[in-house]
Design a protein around this ligand. Structure first.
Ligand SMILES: Cc1cc2nc3c(=O)[nH]c(=O)nc-3n(C[C@H](O)[C@H](O)[C@H](O)COP(=O)(O)O)c2cc1C
Ligand SMILES: *[C@@H]1O[C@H](CO)[C@@H](O)[C@H](O)[C@H]1NC(C)=O
Ligand SMILES: *[C@@H]1O[C@H](CO)[C@@H](O)[C@H](O)[C@H]1NC(C)=O
Ligand SMILES: *[C@@H]1O[C@H](CO)[C@@H](O)[C@H](O)[C@H]1NC(C)=O
Length: 383
């Protein structure tokens, strides 16, 4: 009996999904075992973006941390966002001159110069992580010369954030909009006056997000009404502002093609960090769908993507499919617990990791990266 069951048991183990790890063990707990409860590890000992999550989880009140950490439903999309990059392995090429890789990090986003192909995703409620609210995010982005997208529901107003910007700092203003043109025009006017270079219209939240973890602490979504969001509304909105309107939360090749038809300047693939509807795919899977069914989209408009990006190699995989720039949400909110210096440190870490991971994959120029650098056959399936 036992001898019969054992091989079956082993087989089952081999086929089962790998256990999910919010914080893969790279020695953080062992290294900081003696750190008093709640104390923040010294910033110079933070070696990667996941460390900021670990540090914030130990430091912040559970309600604050929960608002940042939560995902929708059973958080399958949240977990998949983190795991999906590992399902597609790299195919590193050798004998390639990669010595100038760092100089290829800089790029343009809708024509604006930035030092790296990643940006700070719009996340509400900076004050949950830092009493200085969004200050660290604005200043950190300026110091690192990357794009910051302030959220409409930031803890600071559009105007307060504008006063913290350097003269030439590029920001895109995230907005939630409905059919109330008076309210919309006010938001557009405020965004223009603040010097924002584009509006990022979030279209993945037509209804409230189903957030169990957050509901326990009363820290659910900031945008909870049923909202009429249609292509007609988008067409109408383009008549109300001179700013380009980026659509955030595109999740299918069909909608990407619709965006091309409607002359949208840029789309932003996102499942809202797995916070809106559980079981929504990761942006990497959506980018792969576009790559397979309508690859021309990547050159017809700019495609951005975010969700679960924690390592340089994650960014490399998205860029390989034709994604133009990559967003990072939670890690920057956790880094902001340390303020401006934390955000700067997070930017430096990710820039360095993108450069060394691309180089080790045999990419000499990020502008010439192509899909062949990744094996697009998934190497394991989730449960
Ligand atoms: C705390 C928090 C607040 C967020 N608030 C907004 C928001 O107000 N508007 C929006 O479009 N997206 C919002 N998002 C989604 C982010 O813009 C982004 O899509 C997501 O965080 C990316 O996943 P990541 O956190 O794994 O990087 C929020 C995400 C988090 C974690
Ligand atoms: C952007 O960068 C390019 C090339 O590095 C440079 O020629 C151009 O002047 C820059 N534009 C601005 C507005 O700084
Ligand atoms: C937690 O969030 C509350 C409510 O926004 C805020 O007042 C407080 O400062 C936050 N705590 C920390 C340690 O950031
Ligand atoms: C539309 O927005 C304006 C400005 O915020 C507000 O005063 C008005 O009550 C809103 N109208 C409706 C029907 O909600």
């Amino acid at each position: 009996m036992y001898s019969l069951l054992l091989p079956l048991y082993l087989l089952g183990g081999a086929l089962a999904a790998r256990p999910f790890l919010n914080e893969p063990d790279t020695g953080f707990d062992a290294y900081f075992a003696d750190l008093p409860a709640g104390e923040l590890p010294p910033l110079d000992k933070i070696v990667g973006l996941p460390d900021f999550d670990a540090a914030a989880r130990r430091h912040l009140p559970v309600m604050n941390y929960t608002y940042y950490r939560n995902g929708a439903g059973g958080e399958w999309s949240y977990r998949n966002n983190l795991e999906v990059y590992n399902r597609y392995s790299l195919r590193p090429r050798t004998m390639v001159d990669i010595t100038n890789i760092e100089s290829t990090l800089q790029t343009t986003i809708l024509g604006h110069n930035v030092s790296a192909p990643f940006f700070i995703s719009p996340c509400a409620r900076g004050e949950y992580g830092n009493a200085d609210k969004e200050k660290g995010l604005v200043e950190g982005a300026a110091a690192g010369n990357i794009l910051y997208m302030p959220a409409l529901f930031a803890s600071m107003t559009i105007e307060e954030i504008a006063t913290l910007k350097t003269d030439d700092q590029v920001t895109f203003q995230q907005v939630y909009l409905d059919s109330n043109d008076t309210a919309t025009q006010q938001i557009f006017d405020r965004a223009e006056k603040s010097g924002a270079k584009a509006v990022v219209f979030t279209v993945d939240s037509a209804a409230d997000g189903n957030r169990h973890r957050a509901a326990r602490y009363g820290v659910g979504s900031a945008d909870s009404s049923y909202t009429l969001i249609t292509w007609d509304l988008y067409d109408h909105l383009t008549t109300m502002t001179d700013l380009p309107i980026v659509l955030k939360g595109i999740q299918t090749v069909e909608d990407a093609q619709k965006a091309v038809e409607h002359g949208v300047p840029a789309i932003y693939l996102s499942n809202h960090g797995g916070r809106q509807i559980d079981s929504a795919r990761s942006p990497l899977e959506v980018a792969l769908e576009i790559h397979r069914q309508a690859p021309e989209v990547f050159s017809q408009l700019e495609v951005y993507a975010d969700g679960g990006v924690r390592y340089g190699a994650d960014v490399v995989k998205l860029l390989a499919l034709g994604v133009h720039a990559v967003g990072v949400g939670r890690p920057f909110m956790y880094a902001n617990v340390y303020g401006t210096a934390g955000v700067e440190h997070a930017i430096d870490i990710l820039k360095h990791e993108i450069a060394i991971d691309a180089a080790n994959a045999g990419v000499g120029d990020l502008k010439k990266i192509d899909p062949s650098i990744v094996d697009w056959t998934p190497n394991w399936e989730s449960a």
